[in-house]
Design a protein around this ligand. Structure first.
Ligand code: SAM
Length: 363
């Protein structure tokens, strides 16, 4: 089977969606904590899992989340105030949680040590709910954070306090059909001693050019000449000192750097768009740059994370970039979900469904 991108982006999405009708529900229910805008949820639902509860503290996430998954889909609360008994029982708990430092004072152990962190809330919910499996996601640096102490405590809590069989691995979104270099650690735990393997990288060659918006991209996204000159000066200053590198214009044939929250993420993921006619005024009221350099649009950013084009962001622009930058990459979540399903349903009896990213790009 040759793996080549042959369809224009929009047709690809339709194809990609229709292939999913073939993946049957497996009746496993899911609780999605720190749900953000639901990257984890989408990946798991596409593998046939059924979400019965989602929680996040961010009001803008709720606008996007409910807009896509339905009114009332997200419980908007600080998880620290939610008693585990209020949550439904579920087979799976998902949590792409924010990383917070653990207290090293006195080098306590497991549960006691985690107290006061959001990881503590995951532990207490897992302890009460005893799901068949959990899947946690975080930045790769979680593993080296605080000299490895944070990760050691996390494993200790999950394995020794809760008694789960824990697996972890760093997965990169570029290996799962997205043209984005994004390394994240996935921690998977099972109540029973099942056989589990992380998904293997797919043999795909995604490139940024495949997901750029076609047509006239709004002036809003183009940098002003003054701003671009400022970025260039900044880069030169740093290069002269022999460290760091500043803004980056992506090669459409290549992949992007990680979509992270904040300006830096966007400035390292610029693209050369159409050169606007001289005199075109951009977002700040200044003239747009003469090289046609622009930011990736919100839609392009969302595509880099695997969100479908009917996912709407009716919120302030900075919030939209933030939500997308914070999200779990959908095809990676999907590939992990498929392996979790195989582990739970019996490794040898279940034929591995083809991950959505491979379906979308093969013919
Ligand atoms: C890395 S993002 C989550 C990405 C998401 N899991 C996904 O699948 O795309 C972390 C999320 O944790 C949320 N959060 C932070 N503190 C929280 C708290 N105390 N209670 C509930 N949610 C919280 C943030 O609003 C943010 O959306």
């Amino acid at each position: 089977m040759s793996i080549m991108l042959v369809l224009p982006y929009n047709e690809l999405r339709v194809y990609y969606k229709s292939m999913h009708i073939g993946i049957k529900s497996n009746n496993y229910t899911v609780i999605d904590l720190f749900a953000g805008i639901g990257g984890f949820r989408l990946g798991f639902e596409r593998a046939g899992f059924k979400t019965i509860y989602s929680n996040d503290i961010d009001k803008w996430c709720k606008v996007s989340f409910d807009g896509y998954f339905g009114e009332g889909a997200l419980d908007l609360r600080d998880i620290q105030t939610v008693d585990a008994s209020e949550l439904p029982n579920a087979d799976i708990v998902l949590a792409g949680f924010p990383c917070q430092p653990f207290s090293k004072i006195g080098k306590l152990h497991g549960f006691a040590d985690a107290r006061g962190t959001l990881f503590w809330d995951i532990l207490r919910i897992l302890k009460e709910k005893q799901p068949r499996a959990f899947i946690l996601e975080n930045v790769k640096n979680l593993m080296s954070h605080d000299g490895g102490y944070t990760f050691e405590r996390i494993r200790d809590g999950l394995e020794n306090d809760l008694g789960y069989h824990v697996y972890y691995e760093v997965l990169n979104s570029k290996d799962f059909g997205l043209p984005q270099d994004r390394k994240r650690v996935y921690i998977v735990g099972f109540r029973d001693d099942v056989e589990f393997n992380f998904p293997e990288p797919l043999n795909l060659k995604p490139k940024v050019g495949d997901l750029l918006e076609t047509g006239n991209v709004h002036e809003f996204y183009y940098l002003s000449q003054k701003y671009l000159d400022g970025l260039e000066k900044h880069r030169q200053r740093h290069e002269a000192k022999g460290h760091g590198f500043g803004y980056r214009v992506l090669d459409p044939e290549g992949i992007s750097t990680t979509c992270v929250v904040g300006n830096m993420g966007r400035e390292r993921n610029l693209i050369k768009g159409d050169i606007k006619p001289p005199g075109t005024v951009g977002r700040t009221g200044s003239l747009v740059n003469s090289d046609g350099i622009r930011k990736l649009t919100i839609r392009e950013y969302a595509r880099l994370q695997g969100f479908p084009d009917d996912f709407e962001f009716n919120i302030p622009v900075t919030q939209a970039y933030k939500q997308i930058g914070n999200a779990v990459s959908v095809p990676v979540a999907n590939a992990v979900a498929i392996e979790v399903k195989r582990a739970l349903l019996g490794f040898d009896n279940v034929v591995r469904p083809i991950p959505e990213a491979a379906l979308a790009q093969s013919h």
